[in-house]
Ligand binder design. Structure first.
Ligand SMILES: Cc1cc2nc3c(=O)[nH]c(=O)nc-3n(C[C@H](O)[C@H](O)[C@H](O)COP(=O)(O)OP(=O)(O)OC[C@H]3O[C@@H](n4cnc5c(N)ncnc54)[C@H](O)[C@@H]3O)c2cc1C
Length: 427
């Protein structure tokens, strides 16, 4: 097996994986392409229901965004306004309850799974959604009111500037919404832990096994260089990392590259900067997000580029943001830096659908994927076993396909993001 690339998560992985390369022909109920949260969460659900499942990843389990993200499990859905508008046709007056359920269901699944399978992934509760200007405080007040009206008032508190300074030693913020239902965790340890749980339930997991073709038909199959899996159903969960089924999927999602760094372990300073070890993200469209790791490093992510290419020096890009946020970290050593692509959808509604009678796909969480992928895993497992309600609600949503897809998509997105960035600076 080739070694995993070096980043903070791979350096602190509990158990490296040694799932085999697919060889020969096998037969299962469901073959899943992609061993990130979407594929693995669906596999766990299906294996718990007693189905024979195989998951294939072209690299290692958790190689994609699932093993390289910020680890913040938020109740925010990036596409909720669009969802509310489009899903009203399908759900009528129930749409608001449905979206509220979606916001929090992923947290429940993750907490239960971690407890049930004893997955060590540094799971902690508590986030600060931080305001940088008065308009942000108004947004947070509206979120507080919604949470209170939904009976979640005990989990949310609005902090003013003085209260915020007691939670975070940073001069940047006017206040924040503190939310003790949101979680943060080590995503790679969660993803690999879930894959091991799926395997213990009987699922077959294959690494370094890129699917090069999906064969459609009454009994579909997935084909790799050295093997083939025949199945009753196939699910494509490769997000933005695959080139399969271009005829139907080209232009539906776009890559945005996100960069993350971790500092050296900060010792007692970590507790002084962030005494309650809360995960923090700010209210801007292109935001900074950060938290302390279990060994006391600052893990800091921010920015995004839409070229589909890695940024050359992520540490150089993020250091000024870190120093602005925490002046006491001026000149701090940065020990790990990495980047990864995430799938962005124009209207930000996760894309669920069918490519043929028994070939399904699920993708595109626009940077809010840890909780969402787990909800989608549940929705997909239900759909694959015949309960279609929630799948149909998503599948009925309309999505824009940008002409010339990946070629023109990135520059168009870059212009869109530049526009949002400018608006934010000017308003
Ligand atoms: C830098 C960054 C920070 C983020 N921070 C957060 C955060 O803090 N909170 C949050 O909620 N979300 C965050 N996200 C988003 C979140 O990580 C993703 O939405 C989520 O992990 C997507 O999961 P997935 O399983 O759909 O895709 P992925 O995790 O990308 O997995 C897809 C897998 O499919 C495999 N694959 C692709 N093609 C093939 C093929 N042909 N054959 C076999 N396998 C294939 C790939 O190797 C890959 O492992 C972040 C994303 C990035 C990039």
């Amino acid at each position: 097996m080739p070694p995993r690339s070096n980043n903070y998560y791979t350096a602190t992985l509990n158990h490296d994986t040694d799932f085999p390369v697919l060889q020969g022909t096998h037969s299962v109920d469901v073959a899943i392409i992609g061993g990130g949260f979407t594929g693995i969460a669906t596999a766990v659900e299906l294996a718990e229901k007693g189905l024979e499942v195989a998951v294939l990843d072209s690299h290692e389990i958790g190689w994609g965004a699932s093993g390289r993200n910020g680890g913040q499990v938020t109740g925010s859905l990036s596409g909720d306004a669009a969802m509310r508008k489009q899903m009203r046709n399908h759900l009528g007056a129930e749409v608001d309850d449905f979206i509220w359920h979606l916001r929090w269901r992923g947290h429940q699944i993750i907490e239960q799974r971690v407890a049930r399978y004893g997955i060590a992934c540094d799971l902690r509760r508590g986030h600060l959604h931080a305001a940088m200007k008065p308009a942000h405080m108004n947004e947070l007040r509206a979120s507080l009111e919604e949470a209170q009206a939904r009976g979640m008032g005990d989990a949310v508190t609005l902090l003013d500037r003085a209260a915020m300074r007691q939670h975070l030693d940073s001069p940047l913020y006017l206040g924040a919404l503190k939310n003790t239902r949101n979680l943060h965790l080590h995503p790679l340890n969660l993803c690999v832990g879930e894959a091991r749980a799926a395997q213990a339930l009987g699922a077959r997991v294959f690494e370094n096994s890129e699917v090069v073709e999906i064969i459609h038909g009454p009994r579909p199959a997935v084909v790799t260089a050295q093997g083939r899996i025949e199945a009753r159903q196939v699910m494509l969960a490769g997000d933005v990392h695959h080139r399969l089924e271009r005829k139907q999927l080209k232009g539906k999602i776009f890559p945005a590259m996100g960069g993350i760094v971790t500092t050296r372990p900060l010792g007692d300073l970590a507790r002084q900067l962030n005494p309650q070890n809360l995960a923090v993200y700010d209210c801007r469209f292109v935001l900074d997000y950060y938290r302390m790791t279990a060994d006391g490093r600052l893990l800091f992510g921010g920015g995004a580029n839409y070229s589909g290419k890695d940024s050359r020096d992520i540490a150089a890009e993020l250091r000024p943001c870190i120093e602005r946020t925490f002046p006491r970290l001026k000149g701090v050593d940065i020990e790990f830096q990495w980047s990864c692509a995430m799938g962005i959808v124009v209207n930000r509604i996760p894309q669920l659908g069918k490519l043929s009678d028994n070939v399904w796909y699920c993708q595109g969480y626009s940077g809010h994927g840890i909780a969402t992928s787990h909800v989608m895993g549940e929705i997909m497992a239900n759909a694959l076993t015949g309960t279609l309600g929630q799948f149909d609600t998503f599948a009925a949503c309309r999505h824009i396909k940008v002409p010339m897809g990946d070629v023109l998509g990135n520059p168009l997105l870059a212009v869109g993001m530049w526009y949002h960035g400018m608006r934010e600076k000017l308003l």
